[in-house]
Structures are given as C-alpha cells and as structure tokens.
Design a protein around this ligand. Structure first.
Ligand code: MN
Length: 712
C-alpha cells in the first residue's frame, strides 16, 4: 500500500487540519524503521501503514491512526516513549505505550497455566480500562500480521493463528467489530485447517453463479415490493465467511444435514432509515414470502448482549429456497459492523471527551461479559463488576474530577460527597450547565455544579424523608442527622433525661443527685450529659457500668483505684479494664487456679491453669496473669418478671440464670386471670453490671413483658 492511498482514505472523513499530525507520524515512523524489513521481505513500514489503514476503514480518530503508525517504534527501533510524547503529545504516546505493553502479554501459557493466563487477562483489562483504542490498534495490528502470516515458519503460524482464533477474534466479537472479527476468523481457520478451508471455499465457489442469480432475482422482487409501499431501503446480498460456514457445517452435521443445506441458504440485508421502517419492511417481506416461524428473531426489541440490533427472519423464497433476511437501520448497521469502535467514529463537532466516559463504562461491561464467557471468575473481575459498574454512577465536578456515587444518587449526595459543609449550604444544582431539582437522579458522565448559600442555613428536614427522594447515600443521611442532632438540643436533653430515669428505675437505683452521674461522665452540666445521652453519644448500658464500678469498689479517694473489675468480676493484673469472660472449655469457678488468654477479638478469656487448651498453647506470650479479685461477696437481689404464661417459661428462666452462673435462692409466682403471670425470684449477683446484663437477657425470653429489680 502506498502512503498516498492511506492519506486519501483518511481525507475522506477527517478535516484537512488534522492531516498534518498523520503526515508527521508517518515521516517519523519512516525514519525510525529505515532499513528494517518484514519476514516477507517488504519494508517494515508497510506493517504500521496497513494497521493504520484498517483503522481508517473503521473511521477512527486522528490519535488512533497516528498511534497505529507509530505502534512498533519504541519496541523495534529503540526510540524512547518520551521522544514520541515530546513530538506527538501525551495522548498518542499513551496509546503507543498501551499497544507495546499489550504486545508483551503472553497468552500461550494460558492453557497449561491458568494463573498466568488470568494475570495476562488482568493486564489486558487494565490496559483497556485506560483507553479502549489501544485494543482497536492491537486488533488491527493482529489482523495485518495474520494477513502476512505466510512468511513465518509453520510452527509460529499455528501458535499465532490459535491465539487469534481463541482470543482476538472473540474479543473483536465482544466489542461488536464484525468487520475485524470475520477476517480474523477466516485467516486463523486458513492456517489452522488449510484443507478444510479450501474445501469449503471450493464448495462455495462451485455454487457461486447459481447463488448469485437467485439472489439477484430475490433482490429485484423485494425491491419492487418496497417501492410500491414507498419504503426507502437499500437491499444487498450478504457475503458469508468461510469460518462461519464451517461452524454451521458442524451444527448441521449434528442435525443430520449436509453442506448442501447450507449452500442453498441465500442471505439478504435490508437497510432502512428508521426503526419503524424495519417492521414495515418485515411485514412486506412476510406478505411476499412465507416465513419460517422458528427462524424469526427480533433483536431490535431484544438486543443481543453486545448491543447488536436487527430483525432476523428466514422465508421460503420462490417456493423452495430458504432466504435469510436481516433488516436494520443504517445506525444499527454501523454499530453491527464497527461495534464499540463507532464511539470513536469521527464526527464533526463532537469533543471526544464528551462521549468517552459513558463509552468507557459501556465497553468495559462488554469486556467483562466476554470474559465471563471464557469462564473466568477471578476476584478481580467480580470486584470490578459489582463495585464499579453495577451500582456506581460516575459524575464530574466542574473542575473535571471524577466522583463515584451509588446509582440513583442526587446532587445533594454529590454535595455531601465533596464536603459536609457544601451539603449543608446547598440550595440548588446545575447538571451539565442546566438547573435541576435537588431530587434529580445523576447519570454517568454528568457534570454537577452545586449552588450554595453564603450563610450556613443548614439542611432541610425534608431531606431526611425517604419518600421525597432527596438523598440516596448513607453518608449524606448521617451528615444531615448530625446537623439536626446539634440543632435539637432541647429535644435531646428531654430524651436523655427520660432514658436515664427509665434505666435507674429498671435497676431499682436512685441517685442522690444528677450531678453525681454527670461528674462520673465528666460533663460540665446535667443538661449537657442528658443531651449526650439523648443523641446516643453515651449509650444506656454505659450507665450501669459506671454506677457499678462506683458502688462496688470500696470508696477510695479519687484517682487511687487499682486494677478495675471487669464484667465477669475477674481482676486482670497489670492491665486496665479489659473485657473478660470465662472459658467454655474448662468453666473455672472462684477458687480455681486461673490464667487469662488474650484473644484476638474478644478480650481476655479466663481458663483454669490446668485446662488442656492452655497447657498446649504455643503462643505463651498471649497468656496473662489474672486473679479472682474480691470474689466472696454475693448480693441477693429480687427481680420481678411479668410475662404471658406458657409451658416451659420457668424452665427457660432457670436455664438462663444458670447459664449466667448465678444461683436462684427463691422463686414465687402468681398467675392472673388473663393468662399473665408475675414471677418474683431472688438471685445472687456479684455486681450491678451483672444484674443489668441479666435483666436485658431475661427481657429477651419469649413471653416476658417486663423485668425490674424489686427494692425491699
Ligand atoms: Mn505491530
């Protein structure tokens, strides 16, 4: 191919001012590859030129074409990438780099070594994620290499053809680039099974004249029909590629048919302007020829996974000859031939970055689907799919930064994602330069600009109402709640007071003054303490704990307390207050020799010193001395339980209390007429904390309506 041919082809669709970079790239490549020859004996430059020409057929943009011209320069001429970047800019340099890296990935190891295959695939996906055009260039590069494969030794031919058939052709298919896919298929097939290839080629050729006559007749008949209906359409015969016939032969053989059945199939394509014209044409065709109902597919209403759209029908033409007809719009046709590449199809006046983002997502989904077909389910892919593409929307800030948000997010979610303060001040939003309601759901690629009030007026209460659809993310919800928490002090104070009263009543405790507990928690004022309790900064069970520590310890001057008691009444020596619990394996009792074992997540477990688990423990450094502390003291406490009477209620209560390693000393119960019962029981507890825990657990028993401590 002459460079003038290539430039002419490009000039057909690119404006003149874009030609100069291609000319420069060509000149640069020419010098770089000077004196190099291909295996075929041709000047090396033919290869990049042909590669770029294949991409020009797909009408790709200038950068792709320039990168194709330069794609072998760093690898084969030792010219550093930095020089390409200096001359042609970062975009083209990145494409060249991507193609070079992709070329280094080894696929051949794949069959025997699954791990390195997955790793190769991962690298490929990453390269693709950066810029899909890298893959287009690689496919074109491969196609030209396949066209010149004859110059290589047979063993290499086979390996490359196999890789092409198993990897690159399916990839082209996945990306919907039929134009490249069928050529890669046929060329691979030619090198892998030359005899079969020639056989089919021969069969097709033999019937060529006959078929062409039939197709011409069919086209004529149909054209007349469409003209009568004033439907503007172009009808064309459809070439069938050798490899697809080979695949069909296999399918037919399994159904007991032979090649003649395939050879007889005629294929037509009808191209129209509008979608409704497709259905109109379909009606006319079915009226003209009898349709084989099993062979009808509406891929317009139900597109194929790779986005392919068309109507497919098979009719009996002229009585006996099946005729396959595809009906589609020109737009569907372009998408079918060039697939994902159409997104880079050069269009006047469209900035590539406007479309690139959505496309990136769309094709990556394609890749992942394709990958799924290959049967790989690596963690990497799963996370890419679920984390990024299923549930996320990607939007831009006015500065062009990308932010990801869950699908269904609104401008408010976006504002809170940027900064809490921006959320609080948000009074409006613009998406892609136009004002939108705050409930607007963001789409991929939207540019979002938040309009904010100068003064911090705070969020609206409506924003928290899930039925109004202002926010989607839990982050925004939490930030808004926090704001109200701060604002609604009086309510929080009231709620906190109520909670404290309830807990004290449950535990049967009274406080000499509320200041006492306020100081225990180191708050300045009682109201401040209430507010903290009311908004959940302090939880209610912290109260029991604090009171317990306060009351169990012999009163000592403040600040001189030694090791503190834990919830199980065991003293861990040399450590502060640690969570302890008695081991289930050896059930130590007061008086047993015990030792603590530091667990990874649940504090210290207390075992008997002679417990086999401890004796055989390897990590001796996890062991820690513990003591029973001041055990002896047990306090009898009377508890009143109100419940709906049922079989086994007392047994459940008894089991629970025994499980807490407590003794029941007395039980009285009185049944009432309404099937309710009141049980009064006395248990021996070590601490109020233990009591508080017991009360909570008892409340969990089925049928129990209330549990309170009874003061004598
Ligand atoms: Mn190459």
């Amino acid at each position: 191919m002459e460079v003038t041919q290539f430039m002419e082809k490009v000039r057909e669709y690119l404006p003149a001012e874009r030609m100069s970079v291609l000319e420069q790239a060509y000149e640069f490549a020419l010098k770089a590859h000077q004196g190099q020859l291909r295996q075929s004996g041709e000047p090396y430059l033919q290869h990049p030129l042909e590669t770029a020409s294949i991409l020009a057929d797909l009408r790709l943009d200038t950068s792709s074409l320039a990168a194709a011209l330069l794609h072998d320069v760093p690898e084969d001429c030792g010219i550093p990438l930095s020089e390409i970047e200096a001359r042609f800019g970062a975009e083209i340099a990145k494409l060249v780099d991507g193609v070079t890296k992709l070329g280094k990935i080894s696929w051949q190891a794949g069959v025997s070594d699954n791990k390195s295959y997955t790793e190769s695939l991962r690298k490929m996906l990453v390269a693709m994620a950066e810029d899909i055009r890298v893959v287009f260039i690689k496919l074109a590069d491969r196609l030209h290499n396949m066209r010149t494969l004859g110059a290589l030794p047979i063993s290499k031919q086979h390996a490359i053809a196999r890789e092409t058939l198993e990897l690159y052709a399916p990839l082209a298919h996945r990306l919907g680039i039929w134009e490249l896919k069928w050529q890669l298929d046929d060329l691979s097939f030619f090198y892998l099974k030359p005899a079969k290839y020639r056989h089919i080629e021969h069969l097709v050729a033999k019937r060529q004249a006959e078929r062409e006559a039939l197709i011409a007749r069919a086209i004529q008949t149909l054209a007349k029909e469409l003209e009568k209906a004033a439907l503007k359409a172009e009808i064309a015969g459809r070439p069938k590629n050798i490899y697809s016939i080979y695949c069909k032969m296999g399918k037919y053989a399994s159904q007991g048919k032979d090649f003649n059945d395939i050879g007889d199939i005629l294929a037509l394509r009808v191209l129209v302007d509008e979608v409704e014209d497709c259905y109109h044409a379909l009606g006319l065709i079915h009226n003209l020829w009898h349709p084989l109902s099993a062979e009808f597919n509406d891929y317009i209403a139900n597109p194929k996974e790779n986005g392919y759209q068309s109507l497919h029908t098979t009719v009996m033409s002229f009585g006996t000859t099946p005729l396959e007809i595809q009906i589609r719009t020109w737009e569907m046709h372009r998408a079918a031939e060039y697939g994902v590449a159409t997104h880079w199809y050069y269009k006047e006046g469209v900035k590539p970055q406007d479309v690139q983002f959505d496309q990136k997502i769309a094709w990556l989904c394609q890749i992942i689907e394709w990958h799924k077909e290959l049967g790989q389910t690596s963690e990497f892919l799963r996370s890419v799919k679920t984390d990024i593409f299923n549930d996320q929307t990607f939007v831009y800030t006015p500065k062009g930064e990308i932010k990801d948000l869950p699908v269904g997010s609104t401008p408010l979610d976006f504002a809170y994602r940027i900064h809490t303060d921006l959320g609080h001040r948000c009074i409006g939003a613009k998406v892609n330069g136009r004002l939108v309601p705050l409930t607007y759901q963001l789409h991929n690629g939207d540019t979002v600009e938040i309009i904010s009030a100068k003064r911090n007026k705070g969020p609206s209460r409506d924003w928290l109402n899930p039925y109004l659809g202002y926010i989607k993310t839990s982050r925004a919800r939490e930030k808004i709640r926090q704001w109200f928490k701060k604002q609604e002090r009086p309510e929080n104070v009231a709620r906190g007071k109520e909670a404290l009263d309830r807990e004290l009543h449950r535990l049967g405790l009274s406080l000499s003054s509320r200041e006492e507990i306020t100081h225990m928690f180191k708050y300045e004022s009682v109201d401040e303490f209430y507010a903290a309790l009311g908004c959940g900064e302090i939880s209610i069970n912290q109260i029991a704990l604090k009171l317990a520590v306060q009351r169990e310890k012999p009163r000592s001057p403040e600040g001189t307390s030694t090791a503190s008691l834990s919830s199980s009444g065991i003293q861990v020596l040399g450590v502060g207050q640690l969570l302890t619990r008695l081991a289930y394996c050896c059930h130590p009792l007061p008086g047993d020799q015990i030792i603590g074992y530091i667990t990874r997540t649940r504090g210290v477990t207390v075992h008997r010193r002679d417990c086999p688990n401890i004796v055989h423990e390897d990590e001796k450094e996890r062991l820690i001395p513990v003591d029973w502390g001041h055990v002896g003291q047990l306090y009898p406490v009377t508890i009143r339980i109100d419940a709906w009477d049922r079989m086994g209620l007392l047994r459940d209560i008894g089991t629970l209390i025994a499980g807490e390693r407590m003794n029941i000393t007395t039980v009285n119960s009185s049944d009432h007429d309404d099937h309710s019962t009141s049980i009064s029981l006395t248990v021996e507890v070590k601490s109020i904390t233990q009591l508080s825990q017991l009360l909570s657990k008892l409340e969990g028993i089925n049928g129990i309506t209330s549990v309170t401590r009874v003061m004598e």
